[in-house]
Design a protein. Sequence first.
Length: 328
Amino acid sequence: MAGTAYIDRQNAELRLDGSAIAVYANGERAGTIPLAPLGRLVLIGDLLIRASLLGRLADESVDVVFLSGKRQQYRGRFVGRPHRHARLRLRQYELSSGPFAFERAREWVSRKLAKQVTLLKDAAVERPAERTALLRAAGVAEASAENVLSATSLETLRGLEGSAAAAYFAALTRLFPESLSFDGRTRRPPTDPVNALLSLTYTLVHYGWVRECEIIGLDPLVGFYHQLDYGRESLACDLTEPWRPEVDRWVWELFRLRCFTDRDFSSDVERPGCYLKKNGRGRFYHAYEQWIASRRGAMRSEVETLARMMLDGEDALPLGKRETADQA
């Protein structure tokens, strides 16, 4: 299984050194990262990377993601050699509207609502003092899930998902201490520690889906549930939706176990928002890799299943190149 390396070191320089990445800080060699098990490289903040290293990363099909330093906002990606499955992409474009697209959308929304219900009911057991509010929200999500089965349009699905989300996040606020100031879902920028971790985790999961789509040959920009929007990876957004409650559960666990507290975050008056401090980012990325590692296989399997459904026996899906790339 391909691994991930995070480099969060201001003004570091990355060079190619044989079959490894050499990390330099202030002109001094600070460490190395072997290329052999690497599949993803996440670079955070202001640092330098040599062109020779980028070339080698491209040869090894290592995906590079760039995040800003303080806010950990997505800045771009460097993609090596994605899959070249033109027939699959043509089929994806043909199916991006119509019955196939609607059935996939209904499946994703159903899975998301089911996981929201499960989380709320589990939380009601964990937090009996909030049981009434949590079960009330679970009831709203269950009702929406039942109506999804009879929905006949994407607009109806979006309305059902939205009404469930409002009740869901209103109930979710009861699971976190007042010191975290979590009053509901906010983004761009996140206004409290809970939203800060939700946004960061959603971003990492989203670009995990982008990578899975590109490796197998799907176009992450063309989705089935999310509409086309310039620059948005709509298919990755589609695939992320059923996973959001899993992210929510994990973030709740991080705070419930006090892996993070309000002291791990800072706000900037001149540039509004709440973000992890430098000393908390390393702990977060380590925890995220432990959490996502066991899920990457399921992500891969889901994308492969989707691709096979699109081809419907028309063309055997060549997975050899994909496996080679991921083992690099």
